[in-house]
Ligand binder design. Structure first.
Ligand SMILES: Cc1cc2nc3c(=O)[nH]c(=O)nc-3n(C[C@H](O)[C@H](O)[C@H](O)COP(=O)(O)OP(=O)(O)OC[C@H]3O[C@@H](n4cnc5c(N)ncnc54)[C@H](O)[C@@H]3O)c2cc1C
Length: 373
């Protein structure tokens, strides 16, 4: 059976659905092909931060891109709510990074100073000694040696975001096909691509955006992309629901809208293994109690692991295939934070519109072929 569409997005995670929404707004007929439930899906296991501090300290283009996304979030959440009827629980109260290690505190403070140079007035942040931050939040533990605070940081409910995006894409007229795992992409004579799925079914598309998360490990080389994505495991915990309000939002401890305290996130290079481990989750719990001793009496309900999708340098890749310009690759870490950009400015870039943003710093030509091999 053969199906036709203007533009096909491969991957129905937060990134693929955001991109699809932007393309639909731009008037395209869009089909999203999304793999199976058992796939590795960062969009179902992440921490939900909409976070600016620390991003792009050594890569100003990324600092600016993230700053633009964070600024766009309130309007994006409102639009998403209008289309989908769902509230993604966006809050942007400002957020902390807490440190229990002097060296890490000094290093991060240095990074923040660099990021501030890049963003000038757009990074309202403070660096606070342990004493200063305890004056502000008296329940913090004595192990906290320092903290940084950025008034623009926030969070959402990432599962609601995923569902809202899916619903919005459908309501805007997009077709989302689930359990379609694309195995093979072949350029067709005269333009376009033939997509063969795991069941052997063929679909044809004029243009294509590859947003398959870790699926890009096998699909991107088929289109001549040199970007290599790799998995990086993060582990997280969630506690029982609390009636009381957590007195802060931080990058490692946040209260989700249902009331539980979510604690994260570790980093480990362990290939495609997304299991959680007792050693890492115990370390997370220790860190949380060091920061906020009152958490010692709160029960942990669940722990899980999920795989980040990392490029060679950790920054997004927005690239057109060198061999097939009708195919784009879109991949990033921080797809929650960047969702408004992916649903907005990026669509113009994919379309090649004259008012598209300058995204050259995110092209894959920054990777040497030797690094990509
Ligand atoms: C532990 C952890 C914490 C994180 N915390 C944050 C955070 O606080 N803030 C933030 O902004 N970001 C965070 N992230 C990153 C964020 O979750 C990701 O950037 C985002 O979810 C990536 O979305 P995606 O759509 O690219 O990938 P995925 O969610 O992995 O989706 C890829 C989709 O492609 C489909 N697919 C794969 N291969 C194929 C194929 N061959 N054919 C068809 N479909 C295919 C899969 O089924 C899947 O649905 C975190 C990630 C992790 C793992």
């Amino acid at each position: 059976m053969t199906t036709q569409t203007d533009i096909t997005v491969i991957g129905g995670g937060i990134v693929g659905l955001s991109v699809a929404l932007g393309l639909l707004d731009a008037g395209q007929r869009v089909t999203v092909l999304d793999g199976a439930d058992g796939d590795l899906r960062a969009s179902q296991g992440n921490f939900g931060l909409v976070w600016l501090q620390g991003k792009g300290a050594r890569y100003p283009a990324y600092a600016h891109w993230t700053s633009k996304a964070v600024a766009a979030w309130p309007e994006f959440a409102a639009t998403l709510s209008d289309i989908s009827g769902m509230d993604v629980k966006l809050e942007q109260p400002g957020g902390y990074e807490f440190f229990t290690d002097e060296t890490e505190f000094a290093e991060f403070s240095g990074d923040l100073a660099l990021q501030k140079e890049a963003l000038v007035d757009d990074l309202p942040c403070e660096t606070l000694s342990g004493e200063a931050v305890r004056r502000r939040i008296p329940s913090l533990g004595p192990a906290v040696v320092g903290a940084t605070y950025c008034a623009r940081d926030g969070h959402v409910n990432p599962l609601l975001l995923l569902r809202a995006l899916g619903r919005a894409v459908r309501r805007r007229g997009g077709l989302v096909e689930q359990s379609v795992h694309v195995d093979q992409i072949s350029p067709t004579p005269g333009g376009g691509f033939a997509l063969r799925d795991r069941q052997g079914q063929l679909r044809h598309t004029g243009r294509l955006v590859l947003c398959a998360g870790l699926g890009a490990m096998t699909l991107a080389p088929q289109l001549g992309f040199r970007t290599k994505v790799r998995p990086q495991r993060g582990e997280l915990l969630i506690t029982e629901k609390l009636g009381s309000h957590l007195p802060f939002l931080s990058s490692t401890i946040r209260q989700v809208n249902e009331g539980g305290i979510q604690i994260g996130g570790t980093k480990a290079e362990v290939g495609l293994d997304d299991n959680d481990t007792l050693g890492k989750t115990a370390g997370l719990a220790r860190h949380a109690v060091d920061v906020l001793p009152a958490l010692a009496s709160v029960s942990v309900l669940r722990s899980w692991g999920a795989l980040r999708i990392m490029t060679g340098d950790g920054y997004p890749v927005y690239a057109r295939s060198p061999d097939h310009p009708d195919a784009c690759l879109v991949t990033c870490h921080s797809g929650v934070t960047l969702a408004p950009n992916h649903a907005g400015a990026l669509a113009k870039w994919i379309e090649g519109a004259s008012d598209a943003p300058e995204l050259d710093p995110f092209d894959e030509h920054r990777f040497k072929i030797s690094e990509a091999a």
